[in-house]
Design a protein around this ligand. Structure first.
Ligand SMILES: [Zn+2]
Length: 408
């Protein structure tokens, strides 16, 4: 069997990252949207790498590039990530997982090492949702849970997903064929940059993911009374914005009190009639609440709602809370977590993923597992995103050892 040289893998991964990182819709920043000409170019590069490694390449109706190394049995280990990006993205979020999969599968293919199971490396194209107002079209198709109603969703230019698929040279009629048969999909695993600071803080290059966090979006509307900033006495005011300020700090306090179980963010605040000399009469905010634990998230939401009502009552404000998004926690399979832990040689850092991933969709098909790679400053969705060649090399080596120990 071929030797595993992490530093050689790291150097190759870094050069591949830079090649994909130069494929963008704009010269000054990285933008690669689903089913765009840049997606096409990136997919062609990925396909050529797969071929060089000895994998046979195909592409499904959603443009997912698949590199296959056959095994002696019918079961397949699926390894994937995405090659689409957010607007003004970094180079690592997504592409590194695809590259790690290609290099790891190539390790076996180059050595003509047939395993008891096949390996499929999947390069998905719709994880970030930066084109259509929906996401995970590619991985839901592979998982056999593609939402046909999403075909009518339009991008900012009015092109629907169905039209974009046709422009990409694919056929909507082929979507059902993209689904893996359940009895062939042994597991789905993904290597990804952490997108958070935990591994850096713990001084560890790699960590095993325990779950992909569930998420609740609460749309919070506060109704007060607009008034003149100079004439309405303080005691007679019903200031919706001051109430919103209390609610924002409440979200922060409750999340801090959860000791790391829950993170909560208000990143959207809308003052309906915005003026510096008017007491705000109507304000809308959105609270984004995430946790690796279903019960912790549910408890947080309940307590948050109760205390928001108390704030609204005390301030004589109307309050309307609507849940606009509810994504359950996706647990990573314990056996796959053990497999990654063994590949890392013992007692690795375990952590939940606060960000969503293709694994959320793939979990509907088969058990999923994820390996996180340290990224500098925990920064992602930003051109400053960075993972070192040394860490990337260790990740590829760990993925290879994981595959060696994998039993379908
Ligand atoms: Zn990603």
């Amino acid at each position: 069997m071929a030797d595993i040289d992490p530093s050689a893998f790291g150097a190759r991964a870094e050069s591949m990252i830079h090649i994909l990182g130069s494929v963008s819709a704009e010269p000054k920043r990285l933008v690669r949207r689903f089913l765009s000409p840049e997606h096409r170019r990136a997919a062609d590069i990925v396909a050529s790498w797969m071929q060089e490694e000895g994998l046979s390449v195909s592409e499904d109706a959603l443009g997912t590039v698949r590199g296959h190394w056959p095994g002696s049995g019918a079961m397949r280990l699926l390894i994937g990530s995405h090659i689409d990006t957010v607007v003004d993205a970094g180079m690592f979020d997504g592409p590194f997982g695809v590259i790690a999969g290609i290099l790891a599968a190539g390790h076996f293919a180059r050595a003509k090492n047939r395993l008891p199971f096949g390996i499929d490396v999947l390069a998905f194209g719709d994880e970030e949702g930066s084109r259509f107002p929906a996401t995970l079209a590619s991985s839901t198709a592979c998982a056999g849970i593609f939402n046909m109603a999403s075909l009518d969703l339009a991008d900012r230019d009015g092109e629907t997903l169905a039209q974009a698929i046709a422009h990409y040279g694919k056929s909507v009629a082929d979507i059902p064929a993209a689904a893996y048969p359940r009895d062939q999909a042994a597991a789905y695993v993904e290597v990804h940059i952490e997108q958070g600071p935990v591994l850096e803080h713990r001084n560890q290059p790699l960590g095993v993911v325990t779950s992909i966090a569930g998420q609740t979006y609460l749309n919070v509307e506060l109704f007060g009374e607009a008034g003149h900033a100079g004439t309405v006495p303080m005691l007679l005011r019903r200031d919706a914005l001051a109430g919103a300020a209390e609610i924002i700090l409440l979200a922060e306090k409750l999340a801090r009190d959860s000791k790391g179980d829950v993170v909560a963010t208000v990143g959207h605040l809308d003052i309906t009639a915005k003026a510096s000399n008017v007491v705000a009469g109507h304000v809308v905010l959105i609270a984004d609440i995430r946790s690796g634990s279903e019960s912790a998230r549910a408890q947080f939401v309940e307590r948050f709602k109760t205390e928001m009502r108390a704030i609204a009552e005390r301030r004589y404000l109307g309050l309307l809370v609507t849940t606009t998004r509810e994504v359950p926690t996706t647990p990573c399979d314990p056996r796959l977590q053990e497999g990654f832990a063994a590949a890392l040689g013992g007692q690795p850092v375990k952590l939940a993923s606060g960000a969503g991933h293709d694994g959320t969709a793939m979990a509907k098909l088969c058990p999923i597992g994820m390996l996180f790679v340290r990224c500098r400053g925990g920064i992602s969705h930003n051109p400053a995103e960075y993972a070192s060649p040394a860490d990337m090399g260790l990740a590829v080596a760990a993925l290879i050892r994981f595959i060696e120990g994998f039993k379908p």
